[in-house]
Write a protein that binds this ligand. Sequence first.
Ligand SMILES: Cc1ncc(COP(=O)(O)O)c(C=O)c1O
Ligand SMILES: Nc1c(O)cccc1C(=O)C[C@H](N)C(=O)O
Length: 420
Amino acid sequence: MADALPRATDRWDARARELDAADPIAFARERFRLPDGLVYLDGNSLGALTKASAERVARTVSEEWGHGLIGSWNAAGWVDLPGRVGERIAALIGASAGSVVAADSTSVNLFKVLAAALALRPERRVIVSQRANFPTDLYMAEGLAQLLAQGHELRLVDEGADPAGALCERTAVLMLTHVDYRTGAIHDMAALTRAAHAAGALAIWDLAHSAGALELALEASGADFAVGCGYKFLNGGPGAPAFLFVAPRHQGEARQPLSGWFGHSAPFSFEPGYRPSDGIRRFQAGTPSVIALSSLDAALDAFEGVTMSQIRDKSVALTTFFVEAVEALAGPDLRLASPRRGEDRASQVSWRHPDAYALAQALIAHRIVGDFRAPDILRFGFAPLYNRFDEALRAARGIAEVLHAGLHLDPRFQVRNAVT
Ligand SMILES: Cc1ncc(COP(=O)(O)O)c(C=O)c1O
Ligand SMILES: Nc1c(O)cccc1C(=O)C[C@H](N)C(=O)O
């Protein structure tokens, strides 16, 4: 992009350099393969490729599959991968060993845990959620309610209203996404879970935008069930297996309806009847996607030697620096859609602008990748394991330059893509 604005911004460069130099987890960036010159701020949608994943997938394919063939289910430990990867994710989200498994997609896992939760509250018929929840969660709840045909009602709370206010003696489940995908606002998981329990309901949390980005105390918060994505801040790759959590206190009783053989207590006894396995394993359904799970497993190596509290500290520092830089350099055209206080904001910054879509496209054309979320949100995700402060500054400058040059008004950038 031509330098549309004069660079009276040296103090920003100095500040970015200082922050990068003082970053205690800067070393982790080396664990990723990032395209040269690209400012990638979309790790909240699709995390970047780790070197470990690239190597592991190649090895899984050529050695374990190519040479080991069927023997690799035992020899390479394929059969235990869902549990092993689950244990590693558990350590990142504040859950105990044996409470998390990696399997299926977030949508499918939500279906499984919601069905299990509803069965634990058979007298109740209401699922409380938010209208602004990520739609797949609402769609899956709707589909399950139809399938059950027992008169379950999905009660959606409007944006800004307290979901706890909608709980009543008919509520079976409070089903929320911990971090709002549009704004990055964080719910108080412990307080809302307490409110659900006080009403006699169970709490399900979608951790899609939390796992790998926030310091979580999932089990200590009292959560009953949780689900989350493997391809965002966990960097497992496009369509990576998701995960699900079941609180140990429910594991004896909770049953999920996708009762496939990988959740059977003796899959290779080939019995005609279903007997659920003990523990979290009963939440698996069919054969795990080994190549994708291997990629996710290797991607989790990127968290080694880094604490979630360091990740959270860097995330708050990065997003704060970005907000300050955009407001100083880009002027008043953008309205902050994310919480202003760092502690209330997850690892993303969203701005409202009437031409947000074209702005996102113009930035992408200039190698600054964020995304657009309808109707008017320009969203930037910050992945503390690989994003740097100098990238936050380059993005802020890019936004300023696009606005200044009026590139967002160019019809080229207004053509809608299928995936935004
Ligand atoms: C909150 C939330 N839940 C679920 C999903 C996706 O679920 P799935 O992996 O099943 O497509 C996303 C993003 O796509 C999300 O942001
Ligand atoms: N899962 C995605 C996909 O398959 C294509 C494009 C984007 C996604 C996403 O993950 C979107 C993401 N959950 C969001 O917060 O917008």
